[in-house]
Design a protein around this ligand. Structure first.
Ligand code: MTE
Ligand code: HPA
Ligand code: MOS
Length: 767
């Protein structure tokens, strides 16, 4: 089935927040934000702005009837700053005016005096000053300390990874209006309608049931609207509540880029030890996470980094620590992969570093260390249904890499102006929210008396095709035509207490809940048919809208059966609930079984670097991906391709730049480069791994939203290898590897060897 949204998207008929017809008297909100990254507010003078034509009111922290608090996990973030500010872009006030333009112009008239304090933008600097968002978090198994002595080779090194801007096409926004008796209707572009509802209630001092949040679809979220859509929903609701008028707050692109958090930059140090036959015996890593000015989702992202510290490898002795550092940047937040890419980049760098020192390709080390069936992930989960070696073997069989690698070698011998490089990127990504309690969902199904069906779930459609998958679940469970089924908007009054649509588990969790609801109604319909046709219910089947008894046509169809059920006063509405079984995790011990299953895959890259210009092309990416048994191959292929390219952007070109006052310099698309059509690899081949799928995945179709983003890391190592084919002194791990960095790398002299030789490293370690 093709994506049910595709026609609407292409013809422009799909509705987004900004398409909602406005109610009379709608006011428009523009946010006044901090101009400095760190300091005290000495005075706030809005008198001129207040008198600006069209301005109706200016709201600050003083106007909040409930709590000035929007922190999702930890209560450390005000809706509006009170007396100190912690990042450029931090909201201080909301100007409400009769037009957006008036509000925007009035913003220029607000005068704020600050006492500036020193801004910190780098996590290592924050750590040196003891500025943390959280105490350090460590997961460990075995005892690396005791292993160094036994290692034949030991390598240490450091890595840098920049952040990433989400660049959803639809900027953040919300539209709220009062309903009667202190009830509010809120349209929000959010992945977390319940988080918006909960936080609006808290800030307004109302119970949650007074707030109804409704979402039709998002123009992209990518994690950027998991937590950070909330603030704007709260602001529009605060305005609507206090003024008893509709209020719309939609960020301009510039405001959005400046005010919202991004993927967390990380600076990391590793130490890795090998046996003589290149088995990884021990691995120690310290991550310095750039958390920004408040926690936001950092505690959960920290955990996912720890869970993906060993990527697709089995390592018996591991110690990994995340220092979540407080800096004067907007609070960094969820972004496709959710801390996973950061963990994986460091282990892949450690392997690449070892490979360089030992003069073997990384792939030799990668293959020797893949996690196998019944190995234990270092956080305690026993690896079951492991497909790492399987994807590796399938990829080699399908794509014949040995030939390609030879051809690349020959190319490099012949060519002086261009050099090629290759790399493999294996992935093992855990599916489930790392916070066990979030792995639940609900769905609501109505069958109307004419046989048409309305489906509500907690899932948010953001381009990933979850609504199409939900429709498939209902259609296949009932055995009816998809034309009969309508996917309703996601609404907190119809489906309550939703988890965000995130962690790639939107389709699994909501699909399973929907399956529960549909199955319950179907059971009632079958029992009716069983009475009508005098056969056991187990012998009743509905297929292609027709009712069969004992495998024979009954002459009845879906419509007739549904109408009869209605006439016999049978309940045609059901709510389903699903909670992922098996999973559990002891956060204190850092042990348990946090994931329903893992998604596996492998990407191979071939790239060409121009050694005069430092520019590069990705010639080809060959992927074997573990879709399980894909329930929608078109959508799933789109997810793999989209995530892959987003991952390539992350590791090769998207470079956030700040000045040392913490001001975002890359604040437009002319200074922040995202992959365009020319940056997309000339060839992307994606083939499915042939497997039976996993029963905890909806219809055995594995979650696909985030895992393939991490294929993008392979682009870094392939380009690095191409540079090294020209200058083997280049060995930095500093993502993104932009053309500028490539050019510098091509001609850089060998840095003073930070790397002790294996033997001295061993001697040092034993001292
Ligand atoms: N695909 C599109 N087109 N737009 C998006 O915003 N978000 C990604 C992924 N794919 C996203 C996307 C992220 S971060 C997640 S967690 C999943 O979709 C969420 O949806 P799912 O759980 O239904 O896969
Ligand atoms: N992934 C994505 N989003 C989340 C998670 C997670 O594991 N936990 C909380 N929000
Ligand atoms: Mo996705 S980062 O879990 O929204």
């Amino acid at each position: 089935m093709k994506n049910i949204d595709s026609t609407g998207h292409v013809t422009g008929k799909s509705l987004y927040l900004d398409d909602l017809p406005l109610r009379q008297d709608t006011l428009f909100g523009v946010v006044v934000d901090s101009e400095i990254a760190h300091g005290h507010i000495l005075s706030f003078d809005a008198s001129e702005a207040k008198n600006y034509p069209g301005v109706v009111r200016i709201l600050t922290a003083k106007d909040i009837p409930g709590e000035n608090q929007i922190g999702g996990i930890i209560a450390d973030e005000g809706l509006f700053a009170e007396d100190s500010v912690h990042f450029i872009g931090q909201p201080i006030a909301l100007i409400l005016a009769t037009s957006e333009r008036a509000a925007r112009e009035a913003r220029q008239k607000v005068k704020i005096e600050y006492k500036k304090l020193r801004a910190i933008t780098e996590p290592r600097e924050a750590a040196a000053k003891g500025e943390y968002l959280l105490p350090p978090k460590t997961f460990a198994s075995g005892n690396p300390e005791k292993q160094w002595d036994k290692c034949e080779y030991i390598f240490t090194g450091s890595t840098e990874q920049a952040g990433q801007e989400h660049l959803y096409l639809e900027t953040q926004g919300a539209y709220s209006y009062p309903l009667e008796t202190e009830n509010l209707m809120v349209h929000s572009s959010t992945q977390s309608p319940t988080a918006a509802q909960r936080t609006i209630a808290k800030v307004l001092g109302l119970p949650m049931h007074r707030i109804q949040v409704d979402v039709v679809r998002l123009g992209g979220g990518f994690g950027g609207k998991e937590d950070q859509a909330t603030a704007w929903a709260v602001m529009s609701s605060l305005g609507a509540y206090l003024l008893n008028k509709p209020v719309k707050v939609v960020l301009s692109r510039h405001d959005d880029l400046r005010m919202t958090g991004k993927r967390h930059p990380y600076s990391s140090d590793f130490k890795i030890g090998f046996s003589k036959d290149l088995k990884i015996l021990a691995y120690e890593v310290e991550y310095f996470q750039n958390g920004g000015a408040a926690n936001d989702l950092s505690p959960a992202i920290t955990e996912r980094t720890l869970f993906h510290t060993t990527n697709a490898y089995y390592i018996p002795h591991v110690k990994a620590t995340v220092h979540s550092c407080k800096t004067n940047l907007p609070p960094n937040t969820a972004f496709r992969g959710f801390g996973g890419p950061q963990g994986m980049f460091v282990i892949e760098s450690a392997i690449a570093q070892a490979a360089m020192e030992l003069g073997v390709p990384s792939s030799v080390i990668q293959e020797k260390n893949f996690i196998k069936e019944n190995d234990v992930f270092y956080y305690g989960q026993v690896a079951k249904n492991v497909n790492v070696q399987k994807v590796w073997n399938a990829a080699h069989k399908e794509y014949g890499f040995t030939k390609k690698q030879k051809a690349i070698e020959q190319f490099n011998q012949k060519n002086t102006l261009h050099k090629k490089g290759w790399a493999f990127m294996p992935i093992a990504f855990g599916i489930s929210f790392t916070n066990t309690s979030m792995n639940q969902a609900r769905a609501l199904v109505h069958i109307y008396s004419d046989g048409s069906v309305g489906v509500s779930t907690g899932a948010i459609e953001m381009g990933q095709g979850v609504n199409t998958k939900m429709l498939q679940v209902a259609e296949q469970t009932f055995g009816i035509s998809p034309d009969r089924i309508k996917l309703e908007s996601t609404n907190t009054t119809r489906v309550s207490n939703t988890s965000p649509t995130a962690a790639s588990s939107g389709a699994d969790l909501n699909g399973k809940a929907l399956q529960v609801a549909c199955t319950a109604i179907l059971r009632r319909l079958k029992s009716l048919a069983s009475d009508l046709f005098k056969v056991p219910a187990s012998k009743i089947q509905i297929k292609d809208e027709l009712v069969f008894a004992n495998g024979k046509k009954t002459g009845w169809n879906w419509e007739k059966l549904v109408y009869e059920a209605f006439m016999q006063r049978i309940n045609l509405t059901e709510s389903g609930h699903y909670a992922t079984p098996i999973i559990h995790f002891d956060k204190e011990a850092g042990k348990g079984h946090p994931f329903a299953y893992h998604v596996y895959g492998l990407a191979f890259y071939e790239v060409t670097v121009d050694v005069i210009r430092g520019t590069y092309e990705i010639d080809e990416v060959d992927v074997i991906h573990d879709f399980g048994k894909s329930m929608n191959p078109i959508i799933d292929l789109g997810q793999v391709e989209g995530a892959l390219v987003q991952g390539i952007g992350y590791t090769t070109m998207e470079e956030l730049a700040y000045d040392n006052e913490g001001r975002l310099l890359s604040n437009s698309l002319s200074t922040y480069k995202v992959p365009d059509i020319y940056a997309v690899p000339a060839v992307i081949r994606v083939k499915p791994l042939k497997t039976g799928g996993h029963s905890l995945a909806i219809f055995k179709s594995k979650a696909v939203g985030e895992p393939p983003l991490m294929y993008g890391l392979g682009a870094y190592f392939a380009i690095q290898n191409a540079v090294r084919a020209f200058n083997s002194d280049f060995r930095k791990f500093d993502a993104p590897i932009t053309p500028e960095k490539v050019l510098m790398g091509l001609y850089q002299k060998k840095e003073k060897t930070v790397q002790p030789s294996p033997k001295t490293a061993k001697a040092n370690a034993s001292k």
